[in-house]
Design a protein. Structure first.
Length: 106
């Protein structure tokens, strides 16, 4: 009885740290980098400026946060966007569909 069972997490080996794609790490790195640039430029003693300085890292971290049944939040947002913007009327083109053309019996 030679049965081969594919593990459920076989795709994780293709990801960095088992969680991130290269684009995800780039996006998060860009957000953290922008935050690190804003921290010395803005007067962070005031709460509003401190929040403004932290927003890029927080948004990037939120987008790459892994969630079940999807890769991350960014993937969910992209799926929802595609669902509402792409065509949602599907025409049957199965094996018995003839496009209204009659076939000759010859």
């Amino acid at each position: 009885m030679n049965q081969f069972l594919i593990p459920a997490n076989s795709k994780k080996s293709m990801l960095i740290f088992g969680l991130f794609r290269p684009f995800d790490l780039g996006l998060f790195g860009a957000g953290v980098g922008l935050t690190l640039l804003l921290l010395p430029l803005l007067p962070i003693e005031q709460l509003l400026y401190a929040v403004i300085a932290l927003i890029p890292a927080l948004i990037a971290g939120f987008l790459v946060f892994p969630i079940p049944n999807y890769h991350n939040v960014r993937t969910v947002i992209m799926s929802v966007w595609r669902f509402y913007t792409e065509r949602r009327i599907y025409y049957w083109k199965g094996w018995c569909f003839s496009n209204g053309e009659e076939k000759d019996g010859n």
